[in-house]
Ligand binder design. Structure first.
Ligand code: AMP
Ligand code: MG
Length: 493
């Protein structure tokens, strides 16, 4: 394996994860794609590494993102983690098809570079180590869509395709997504070491020293482990609560909120059968493999809290007492509600959120649910009220029911008067016009499968600025045609 000297000076690359005990990972090389083709590279993500347009065009970049080259002086590795999948302890999982190439110092700090779909590892279990183009396009676009919405997420740097065959329900082809994050440590990494004091202590100190220095209690050389663990838990709890509030407000369903898909940094992580809702259903389940509806939209906050309890449990080995762990998690609901209410106020154009607005908000969801109104457009079109009330009313099968809510909303607006143009501007900045609807992702997938990356490019540009109306892009703001079968997404990837 050669290295990408052209892209990064050796002094800028390293691998902090490899400072953990050797049991945390296995050194393993990616399996390069044959005849790789760069379908898309993301300049915004590249800037995090200090790469420019010329770098993205270089042969060295393609070699890096197709698994041919590593980073100078760094051995790629796969990490081990465990987790609860669909509420059940699944035991050891790990990077079964992901390779951590290392980390790079960039203008906004160090970012890890990870390939996904880059071949088997010691943690592949029964898997083939591949990812198909279909799911790779979905991950690539979703990362950019979330970043465009301002929602914390791992970033997608590049999408590389090949003709290597991969068997799923049908024969598909392989692709690799190159992802960036300050760290890819998951709740599942902590769960994996729940039975080993020394390993858990090493992981805790590693995470805290790099990303949560404010949580360190006691001297750096000999931290108070239980106190530090509780500080970390409290901070992860806050970040996770805020993240889920942002998901709810965007109509985003993750689809597989297993503990191994929960980022210790509170980032959206592992895009699989996710979905941005079209018609709103409070109990919408985007993942066809989720037959019980465990990860429905309205279940996400409670699931996140449940996952945080699994993280907390894994910290007991450090000597944390149950009461302290529970105290660290107790603010979850308040943190969630604060972020959620602040977000609802912005989306509804209210300068403040009052206790009595809770009912207006609950009735909003009930109205959308009963009328199966489009999530994104219901918010977006409300900004045009009163001048554009008819466009908003047209989103509801029974406009009379919507009129009742609208009258109460107008009365509420009158209590906190804001000049209409100003309110509209603020609401348009809080309610995207374009979201990554499944059928839009599907269009890009079909084109990509035919070798055409232009639809990915179009969506990347659109989703980077989802709040600004763009001439010529009306179709991208519309829900899918009612006569078109919905795209079914499952865990198959
Ligand atoms: P996910 O459902 O994608 O979060 O994956 C759960 C676990 O299965 C993780 O440990 C993945 O690395 C592993 N996995 C998923 N797909 C594959 C695959 N095709 N080959 C190897 N491991 C996989
Ligand atoms: Mg995963």
């Amino acid at each position: 394996m050669s290295t990408s000297h052209a892209l990064f000076a050796p002094g800028r690359t390293g691998c902090s994860f490899a400072s953990l005990p050797a049991t945390f990972y296995r050194q393993v090389r990616p399996r390069p794609l044959t005849e790789p083709r760069l379908l898309h590279a993301n300049p915004a993500a590249a800037a995090l590494l200090g790469l420019d347009a010329a770098d993205l065009d270089s042969a060295a970049f393609l070699r890096l993102c197709s698994g041919q080259d590593g980073l100078p002086g760094v051995a790629p590795l796969a990490t081990v983690y465990s987790g609860h999948q669909f509420g059940v302890w699944a035991g050891q999982l790990g990077d079964g098809r992901a390779h951590l190439l290392g980390d790079v110092a960039g203008p906004r700090g160090r970012f890890e570079i990870q390939l996904k779909g880059s071949g088997r590892t010691p943690f592949s279990r029964m898997g083939d180590g591949w990812a198909v183009l279909r799911s790779s396009v979905r991950e690539y676009l979703a990362s950019a869509a979330m970043a465009g919405l301002g929602i914390p997420t791992t970033q997608a740097l590049a999408l590389v395709a090949s003709r290597d065959p991969v068997m799923r329900e049908t024969l598909e082809t392989a692709a690799v997504v190159t992802r960036l994050a300050p760290t890819f440590v998951r709740f599942g990494h902590f769960e994996h070491w729940a039975g080993s004091h020394d390993d858990q202590a090493a992981l805790l100190c590693y995470v805290v020293r790099h990303w949560y220095p404010q949580c360190l209690v006691g001297p750096d050389a000999a931290p108070d482990l239980p106190a530090t663990a509780c500080q970390l838990l409290a901070e992860v709890c806050r970040r996770t609560a805020r993240l889920i509030a942002q998901w709810q407000l965007a109509g985003f369903c993750h689809g597989v909120m297993n503990t191994d898909n929960m980022s210790i940094l509170g980032l959206t992580l592992d895009y699989g059968p996710y979905g941005f809702m079209d018609t709103f259903q409070a109990n919408h389940v985007c993942n066809h493999s989720d037959t019980q509806g465990r990860y429905a939209w309205n279940a996400q906050p409670a699931v996140a809290r449940w996952n945080l309890y699994r993280l907390a449990g894994s910290l007991m080995v450090l000597g944390c007492v149950r009461e302290d762990l529970e105290a660290a998690l107790a603010p979850f609901e308040a943190e969630f509600l604060q972020a959620y209410h602040a977000g609802m106020a912005r989306k509804l154009g209210l300068p403040d959120w009052r206790a009595e607005d809770v009912q207006l908000g609950d009735d909003w969801w009930a109205l959308l649910h009963e009328q199966r109104a489009d999530f994104t457009l219901a918010f977006r079109c409300l900004a045009a009220d009163p001048a554009g009330a008819s466009a908003w009313l047209a989103l509801f099968a029974d406009p009379a029911a919507a009129r009742g809510w609208l009258a109460r909303y107008r009365a509420r607006l009158a209590q906190s008067p804001v000049p209409a143009p100003e309110r509209r501007r603020a609401m348009d900045a809080a309610n995207p016009l374009y979201v990554l609807r499944n059928h839009l992702a599907q269009q890009a997938i079909v084109a990509a499968q035919a070798g055409d990356g232009s639809e990915i490019e179009r969506l990347m540009r659109l989703l980077a600025a989802p709040y600004a109306e763009r001439p010529g892009f009306d179709a991208y703001a519309r829900p899918p045609d009612a006569n078109v079968l919905p795209v079914a997404v499952s865990c198959s990837s």
